[in-house]
Design a protein around this ligand. Structure first.
Ligand code: COA
Length: 703
């Protein structure tokens, strides 16, 4: 992305309003009024063929007649005129178009939108929108929108896919006291998208935190790359998590993939902090724009009330930073600022007698204590204290401690006086809330932000030309047969060339061949029907396990064939697979699916009932690193089973992570051919003993 063009678009030095109007109430009027009221210092050129002056500004009949350069053109003419205007702007050398006009892809006019982008890009002009409210920048006094006014100034910038929401949030910045520098409405994202603006804001000296409202990304992978590159905190609220992609899934994995899981995975991989709802987006944005990351897990809670202390302790557990007892030395210090009956353990309960001095001394000391990584200070309004004075004492303590690298979040519970104290604290740069849960959530956000930067390097795709070639041959053969799925034997061959440990499986066409293969593999064996028309083999009576000797092989061969024919008389039967019977292990499932936004993704979960009933699975966008694979093992609810629950020894975590990495490389390399796949079940043995892929399925892409 050309930074100069984006700068022209989002921080223009001169702006034309094409469709400027002298009629109050029209958008073309409102934008000019907003620019003037916002005290925009750049040049404003209203464009209208029929007017001479609007709001005291000289009007030009068209863009070409403007004497000076134009950085951005805000377009407020009806859709049918937009292409022509874009062409005029291109000829004039305008850097970017802010297209407020609706009536493009959002109502099915993809053609018109494509033509707009093509026309503008031909001249190097970039397009923001269409179908947007506009864009606002406090540091430039630029309100190039029909939003009510510039937001409360602050250190975060917001990119919103919903224009209406941006307008609502703009007004709410004043009541919530969460300030923003830039608000960018991104609309249909015909040209400039989230990734471009994240890159821009990363370099913007007035933005410290990047806040996103996302309905759906166009290019998920580009988004991951930009967000991952960003050194500033990126926080996102994703809406529309219900119906997505999971519709016509042919594999197990496909049916389990949904927007929530895949977006959640992508955000993790991109280092994006996810907000649960609008309130959470505001609270976390406020926190991330005001406080530093929390570099360790040691959180100290200071309180004047046991109840809020316990509530905060519960929240600490909920948000993944459970409280630890404060060390002796710290407790001894804390005891100096509380009565006999106070508690210095953690939460440090200064008791209801705590006044300005005790809060001041304990906050100041706690911040300088080497054990403390972050501080949550709680206060309940009492008759013997004044909330604003307490707030002032806390702020003074923070300043006097002189410790800039440790975060502090605060909660005041009480009435109007407490609310006023909260507002005062926020205005003075400290995130403060009206509930202990919110203060703990805030500090947990700062911990999460620090952890993002502790994470290892991004995963790298490792090409495997030999495996790719061998796989493509197998796939080509299946396609030549008119099949869109591989047989189990073929799928296992593909898995195997990519280094996945599959059970050895061979095809027997006759009973004698089956006997010979069984002898070679070693008894007992498993025998399965191989037919492209019979995907649910057990259901068809097409599987026999623990086949112990030659006679049993012969009997199984006849029975399986009989059952298969009874199940589907027209099934094309390739033969019967004879395979090694893997010893019992913990059943897990690996799978892959092609997400419409992020492309190939991998899934991991516990197999059997865990996946069928509890859907206890987790996803990652490929490629997956070993660290990320290891995270996957830890984040399912059944994680203790892998770690070794109820006296069981831990499962082979290393083999499992290596297999997930190999699997992710495989499906990324074969993304044009493989739509979905499952390795189910995979039997995992105790540490050091590896695993075996017992069954495999590959569904091909439609060609
Ligand atoms: N160059 C310059 N001005 C032009 C022009 C051109 N080629 N063609 C028309 N105009 C002028 C019109 O004469 C009019 O000015 P006037 O009031 O002096 O007559 C002005 O542009 C606006 O055109 P008009 O036909 O009155 O349209 P409108 O103001 O009713 O609606 C939009 C225009 C863009 C606001 C409307 O089409 C639209 O898209 N609305 C939705 C916007 C929205 O909600 N965006 C998304 C938010 S999430």
């Amino acid at each position: 992305m050309d930074k100069n063009h984006l700068n022209g678009l989002l921080r223009p030095k001169s702006v034309a309003i094409v469709g400027a109007s002298s009629t109050p109430g029209k958008i073309g009027y409102s934008v000019i009024n907003n620019l003037i009221e916002g005290k925009y210092q750049g040049k404003i050129y209203p464009i209208n063929p029929n007017a001479t002056e609007i709001l005291g500004l000289k009007v030009y009949p068209d863009v070409g007649s403007v004497p000076g350069e134009i950085d951005a053109a805000i377009i407020t003419v009806p859709a049918k005129f937009v292409i022509e205007v874009a062409d005029e702007c291109g000829k004039k050398g305008v850097k970017g178009l802010i297209v407020i006009t609706s009536g493009f892809s959002e109502i099915g006019r993809k053609d018109l939108e494509a033509e707009l982008v093509k026309t503008a890009n031909k001249y190097g002009t970039r397009v923001l929108g269409p179908n947007i409210v506009g864009t606002l920048s406090n540091s430039d006094h630029f309100n190039g929108s029909f939003a009510p006014g510039l937001p409360l100034p602050g250190k975060a910038s917001l990119i919103s896919q919903s224009g209406a929401l941006l307008i609502a949030l703009d007004a709410a910045t004043y009541t919530r006291k969460v300030g923003f520098d830039k608000l960018v409405s991104i609309g249909n994202m015909s040209d400039v998208d989230f990734a471009d603006i994240i890159d821009f804001l990363e370099d913007d000296k007035d933005t410290y935190c990047i806040s996103l409202y996302i309905e759906g990304l166009k290019d998920g992978r580009r988004f991951i790359e930009s967000a991952r590159r960003a050194k500033k905190p990126v926080i996102a609220l994703k809406s529309g998590i219900s119906a997505h992609g999971a519709a016509a899934a042919a594999s197990h994995t496909g049916s389990l993939a949904g927007a929530t899981k895949i977006y959640g995975a992508a955000f993790k991989q991109a280092g994006v902090i996810q907000a649960a709802d609008l309130n959470d987006l505001f609270n976390r944005t406020l926190t991330l724009s005001l406080q530093p990351a929390m570099k360790g897990d040691n959180m100290l809670i200071l309180t004047n009330g046991g109840g809020v202390g316990v509530l905060a302790t519960d929240s600490a557990e909920k948000y993944g930073i459970p409280l630890k007892f404060a060390p002796e030395e710290l407790q001894t210090e804390m005891k100096k600022h509380m009565p006999e009956f106070g508690s210095a353990k953690n939460p440090v309960d200064l008791t209801g007698m705590a006044g300005n001095d005790w809060y001041y001394e304990s906050v100041k000391y706690a911040l300088t204590d080497k054990w403390v990584d972050g501080l949550v200070v709680l206060y309940c309004e009492t008759a013997i204290t004044n909330p604003t004075e307490i707030a002032i004492a806390m702020k003074k303590a923070i300043d006097d401690a002189g410790v800039k690298e440790k975060p502090v979040t605060i909660s005041f519970v009480g009435g109007e006086k407490s609310d006023a104290a909260i507002a005062w604290l926020v205005e003075n740069g400290i995130p403060a809330f009206n509930a202990p849960d919110l203060a703990v959530n805030a500090i947990a956000t700062l911990r999460e932000y620090a952890k993002i930067h502790e994470d290892g390097a991004a995963a790298e795709f490792v090409p495997n030309e030999k495996a790719r070639k061998a796989s493509l041959e197998i796939i080509a053969k299946a396609r030549a047969d008119g099949r869109n799925a591989l047989t189990e034997i073929e799928a296992k061959q593909v898995f195997s060339v990519y280094g996945l440990p599959v059970t050895s499986t061979s095809l027997a066409k006759t009973e004698d061949e089956a006997v010979n293969l069984a002898k070679k593999v070693g008894f007992p064996v498993v025998m399965k029907i191989v037919s492209p028309e019979i995907l649910h083999k057990s259901e068809a009576g097409g599987v026999k396990v623990n086949v112990k000797d030659e006679a049993a092989v012969r009997e199984a061969f006849t029975t399986i064939l009989k059952n298969a024919k009874a199940y589907n008389a027209n099934a094309n039967i390739h033969g019967i697979a004879v395979q090694e019977m893997a010893p019992w292990g913990t059943e897990v499932i690996l799978g892959s699916t092609t997400d419409p936004t992020f492309g190939p993704t991998v899934m991991f979960g516990l197999g059997g009932i865990f996946v069928e009933v509890l859907k206890d699975v987790t996803f990652r966008v490929t490629p997956v690193s070993e660290d990320q694979a290891d995270e996957m093992l830890s984040e399912i609810r059944g994680a203790p089973i892998i770690a070794g629950a109820r006296g069981e020894s831990p499962r082979d975590r290393k083999a499992l992570t290596e297999t997930i990495v190999a699997y992710s490389n495989m499906i990324l390399e074969l993304k044009d051919e493989v739509a979905e796949s499952d390795a189910n079940p995979v039997l995992v043995y105790e540490a050091g003993k590896g695993l075996k892929v017992v069954d495999a399925r590959i569904i091909l892409t439609k060609k």
